[in-house]
Structures are given as C-alpha cells and as structure tokens.
Design a binder for this molecule. Structure first.
Ligand code: 5AD
Ligand code: SF4
Length: 483
C-alpha cells in the first residue's frame, strides 16, 4: 500500500532502480528537481490541470495522475489554459469522445504559442488507437507527451523524459499483464473513493473498443484491494466504488482464484466502511452467489448498474452479449426477489447494425418491464476495428435518432415515476457537498444513488444522516433532516 515516501531521501545520483514502484519514486524525485528549477526561474510553483474525459475507471486513473503530480510539487489549476502542464485523460468508447479531444487541442494551440513553458500530454484509451497517434504526430505538433492505458504507472518516468526533451515523447504499449501497486493517488472526495479491482475486458462485445484499448482482463490480488480499502477507511473514507469493466468475472485469472462475491464478503468485514458500490456488472456473469451476498449485506448499496444494451435477443446475439432477453428479465426478477427495493440502472445502445423496428420495440418492452431508475442511452457509434463496424446493415442516422428520442422519452417518464417511490420515507443520506446553487442546502446520495438536497451546512459533509424525503423532483429529492 502507498505509504508517504520522503522523496528527498532518494539518491538521484545513483542509477534508476529496476523494480517498481521504486523506479517511479526515483523519477518523481527527479521531476521534483525540475519543479525547483521552475520555481527559481518563474518565482512560483508550476501548475497542472488533469482533464478527465471518460468513465469512472478513467476518473480513478486521473486521481493517480493528480497524486503523482502533487507529490512532485505541482499545484492544481482548474483552467487548462492557465496550467503549465495539461494532461487529457481520454476516452474512445464513442466517436464524439475523440472529437472533444481534438476540440480541446485546437483551443489550446494559440495559448501554447504564447506560453513557451507549457507542456501538453495525452493519455488514456484513445491513445491506444494507432490511427489517432498517427494523426496527432502529423497535425498536432503542440502535443509533448503521449502514452496509453498500459503504462500509466510509468507516468513519473514519462513526465521526466518529457520535461528533458524538446521533442514529442510517445510511449504506447500493446498490452500488459502487469499491475503496479503502491503508487500515490489523490482523492477528489475525502469520504468516498473508487477502488480498482480489475483492469481490462475479455468479452469482446462486437460494438465495443474497450477490449482493444484496455487489454486483457487482470484482477488485483484480494489482499492488495483489502489493504487499500483499510487504508482509505483509516483516512476518512466511508464509501467505496469497486471498479472494473466487468466486476462479475473478478478473480478468474488469479493464481488462487477468488469470486467477486467472496471479495465482497471480505470487504464487508472492514470496520468503519459504511457503503459498498460496484460497477460494471455484466448480466452473463452475475452469479446466484453474488445475489445472495447482496441480499445479506448491510453495506452493499441497493443499486445495481446492469447494462442490457438491447432488448432484442437477435441483436444481443450479434452484439456477442451471451444472454437472451428472457435470461436478462429472469435475472432482474431474481434480483428483485432477493433485494426487493433495489434500484436498477442500465446502458442501452440504439441503432446497432441490423436493428429493425421490431428489435427496437423489444428494447422498449424491456424498459417498460424492468422500470429502471435511470438509463444511459447511446446512439450506436461505429468504432474502427470492432466486428460491428464491418457489419453490412448499418442503420441510417435519421432512423436511429428518431428511435433514440422515443427511447429517451420512455426512459424518462418511467424513471420519474420509479424514483418517486420513496416519497415520505426517512432514509440515510451520505452528504457529499454544499449545494452549488443554494448554499443553505447540502447535497447527498441515497443508497440507491439518487441525489437528495436538504437544509444543512458544511459540517455534515462525509457523514450519513437520516433525511425525510419530502418531494421528488424527477431525478432528485428535496428533504429535511430527521432528528
Ligand atoms: N456505440 C455506442 N455506445 C457504446 N458503448 C460502448 N461501445 C459503444 C458504441 N460503439 C456504450 C455501452 C457501454 C457504455 C459504457 O458505452 O452501452 O455499456
Ligand atoms: Fe465493452 Fe462489453 Fe467489455 Fe463492457 S463488457 S467493456 S461493453 S466489451
């Protein structure tokens, strides 16, 4: 587990260590020297900005980048244009994620021309695509450092190389079976934290680029996970979100295999930890053992994100999802029997190649039957290199858009009804922040993940309080503290 290391005690006149994470601490120390030189030259410490563009896994990676930059001595800056080191942690799950990155780079181009000390770095999933790196090399010379998802643990070393070099530094690995523990990380919230349990994905859903950019499935050792959570708890964390592309297949590749359900049981025993969340669950791997653990747990939140993607068995087959509509609905029934009040959320893709009106109706049918608390709906996006991109019958954009709007209307109408089911109840809320719009209110989350606003002050942040849910406003509640 990461211990505070006194970087100044590291001897940088010696050769860099071969072993990790010692090698990275050595480079952090070397970068710190560069920070001191910067301070002498400019009369202030250099500022960094980490721009997170992706999912919760990316957000967690961004916390690791932030942790390393902070250790080195950089100061956090919210505005990209004012930072001396800007790093974009990119996503590539849909085409529009890529477009956003080019947009940001375009905006920074004139800024960088005026500020010679500014360095721009790109990392994350989009960098694992060879065409992207080619395009950056050709048309985005303002970028100083590019690395991918597999060598993020080498960030300190790469940063040092970048600070030493005038040229674009590129280091992309095709895959890795390596997991480096014990690197620093900075949490965004003092009371909750994401915790990686596994990396990569072996499922190869036919539309999805993730297995190509995040590599093969690798699980962390249960002991390393438990150690990290215990340390987080001793540092004030009461809620953890266990992260993985497919947490239900956790542990299969370990030397001593361990199921996700067993891991949850061990985590449940950690004293001081109040809430456990996890995502993402693949329906095909959600075991009866896991349902049983959820049923008997006091700490696992009554919320499950269970991406359905489509309601049509034929489309699910083409998507390589390995379950049918009926199997999915049956799973939902079992979950609701075990955990009656569970909130279910999902991901749905509209316009997958070959999707007919009938297939789409099947998706609407699932939405009506399951009655999700909320659903993330996506227009199908063609990702080069995935099997679906080569499928013949791509659906015209106007048809996809019309289906998407119909789906969204259905999802929202149901969600407003479903979310209102707690009106009048008193339920525990973990307070997260003072309300952005009204400072007399605080904002927190129910176990179901719904937001609640109620009168309170800063002192409540990080605590769990009982709140009477007076009024549901569709996607959130207004409440009052119950004493
Ligand atoms: N097009 C649209 N949505 C996609 N997703 C993954 N790949 C694509 C794609 N090519 C969605 C899935 C997944 C979520 C994270 O992103 O619904 O669950
Ligand atoms: Fe992509 Fe499917 Fe893996 Fe999720 S389970 S990351 S959708 S391939």
């Amino acid at each position: 587990m990461y211990q505070e290391i006194d970087l100044d005690k590291i001897d940088i006149s010696a050769e860099p260590p071969i072993e990790e994470p010692d090698r990275q601490y050595y480079y952090m120390r070397k970068c710190r020297e560069r920070v001191r030189e910067f301070e002498q030259k400019y009369g202030r410490l250099p500022k960094f900005c980490v721009v997170n563009m992706g999912c919760q896994m990316n957000a967690r990676d961004s916390e690791k980048l932030t942790g390393i930059l902070t250790q080195i001595g950089y100061i956090e800056e919210e505005k990209e244009a004012r930072a001396d080191f800007v790093i974009f942690n990119t996503c590539t799950v849909r085409e529009n994620a890529n477009m956003r990155v080019y947009g940001h780079l375009g905006q920074l181009s004139p800024v960088k021309k005026k500020r010679s000390q500014m360095k721009i770095a790109l990392c994350g999933c989009m960098m694992q695509e060879p065409e992207v790196v080619e395009k950056l090399k050709k048309s985005y010379r303002l970028v100083d450092l590019i690395f991918g998802t597999h060598n993020i643990y080498k960030f300190a070393e790469l940063l040092y190389t970048c600070l030493e070099s005038e040229r674009m530094v590129i280091d992309i690995w095709k895959d890795t079976d390596h997991i480096v523990e014990d690197l620093p990380s900075e949490r965004k919230f003092s009371f909750k934290s994401g915790v990686n349990v596994m990396f990569g994905c072996n499922n190869f859903c036919s539309y999805c680029i993730v297995p190509y950019v995040r590599g093969r499935e690798r699980s962390r050792e249960p002991e390393a996970i438990i150690r990290e959570i215990k340390r987080l708890v001793s540092d004030g964390v009461t809620e953890v979100m266990l992260l993985g592309q497919n947490v239900n297949s956790y542990g299969k590749t370990l030397a001593n295999p361990c199921t996700f359900a067993k891991l949850l049981r061990k985590i449940e025993e950690i004293e001081g930890l109040e809430r456990i969340r996890f995502m993402t669950s693949h329906p095909k791997d959600l075991s009866d053992e896991l349902i049983e653990v959820m049923k008997n747990s006091r700490k696992i939140c009554s919320h499950l994100h269970l991406p359905v993607q489509s309601g049509s068995t034929a489309i699910l087959k083409k998507m390589n999802r390995k379950y049918t509509k009926e199997q999915y609905l049956n799973l939902v029934r079992k979950l609701r029997e075990a955990v009656p009040d569970i909130s279910l959320t999902t991901d749905i893709i509209v316009g997958f190649p070959g999707e007919t009106e009938e297939d789409f109706e099947e998706t609407l049918d699932v939405v009506r039957k399951v009655r999700y608390d909320s659903a993330f709906t996506f227009l199908y996006s063609k990702r080069t290199g995935t099997p679906a991109a080569a499928m013949q019958d791509q659906i015209p954009q106007d048809i996809v858009k019309r289906r998407f709007d119909r789906l969204l209307a259905e999802v929202q109408a149901i969600s407003a009804q479903v979310c209102a089911r707690h009106t009048g109840k008193v339920l525990p809320v973990l307070v997260e922040s003072v309300n952005d719009h009204d400072p007399s209110l605080v904002t927190g989350r129910l176990s179901s993940n719904l937001l609640v606003h109620f009168p309170g002050d800063q002192s409540l942040i990080g605590t769990i309080v009982d709140v009477k849910l007076d009024e549901c406003k569709g996607f959130y509640y207004l409440g009052t503290q119950s004493r």
